[in-house]
Write a new protein. Sequence first.
Length: 426
Amino acid sequence: MVSGPLSGVRILEFSQIVSLPFGGAVLSDLGAEVIKVEPLRGDPHRNLGAVVPNESKRFQSLNRGKRSLAVDLNTAAGREAIYRLVQEVDVVTCNYRFGVAERLGIDYETLKAHNPALIYCEVTGFGNEGPMRNNGGTDIVANAYSGLMAGDRKINEDGLPANITATSLADYVCGFSAAVGVCSALYHRQRTGEGQKIDASLLGSALAVQDTQIMRDPVSDAVMRDPMMAAIDEARARNVSYTELLDVYRGRRGVPRSAFFAFYRAYETKDGIVVLGALTPAGRVAARKVLDLGEDGSDLPDFDARDPANIEAADCLITSVEELMRTRTVTEWVKDFGEAGVPVAPLNLPEDMADDPQVLAMGMMTEIEHTTGKQRVPGPVVRMSVTPTAVQGASPALGVDTELVLRYAGFSDEELSALRDEGAIA
């Protein structure tokens, strides 16, 4: 394995589904040895849409660079093996449903008794306190409860809220949050020798990325949030459909045809879609110059989209830009806006990106060998000049590292054979 800033750190990961497996992959890229503990049948994601049994693309992407330890935690022998092993690790992470770790005997208090300096990170759906702590939490449930789903303002063909479809947002943000917590706790322990428990949740992570919407401020809320919520409450009292409620929300929350957003939106061109991202006054002036609209936008106030005169001006501006953008190609517009300093990009599909010139130039894809063949995967999320980060390898076969990992805890050949005979390990 390649050295990284967490080289020498050993992590025991009790994980399933997405959030913590992703967090573990991030920690692995940073150089930690991450040991994924799986039941003897394997992580359920191993066969989710799998073409090769036990080797689904989903599982491989989330568990690259890890070792696999297959243990039956429902057996006394399996739990005792973990208790010996936990003395040889720095960190334990777990995202089983709240209360399951206690039932299996792998909760913080139990494992801390075997390793007082242990760092333990628990990921739950709703947190470990409060009336919903016992509820199971998955990405779609967290998106719904936290407001992310409604805030995305999409509906399906039945007029019901549609989940965020680009990615499992709450899951992935929570995985990053867990990784940040682990790194911070390792730094604290290095200074003090003290371990600790870290709590992360899908709910908390989903709230964090909606900072402006969740935040309460008495001055701005009195002008913007409170009137909007009064209209929402009135609509709820009439028991309107979700589509009608969303119409109220859209109309009250947004500034859909503000001149401010004329240069912060998608446009159709001759041969595709271009997205402009000019948020600053300088960026909007530069965009106007590229479009030959002149530099002065003072006649178009940025924010007061509820003034009919401003709405009309915004409509005229956006219509003009739409017509202009259709006269040239994606390549031409991206070149001119880019040279003018306007944030701009073509609209790509995710499947385009593995071979994208910018991605390749930055080395953002990593080639690894797997039993299914040569793979290319997105690389580490950060690069470091002194302690290089790297994808540590492909995802492991089920239980392939069981013997190696248990030998860290001093298990002999005879003890390993006995554990297999008892059905405690694979």
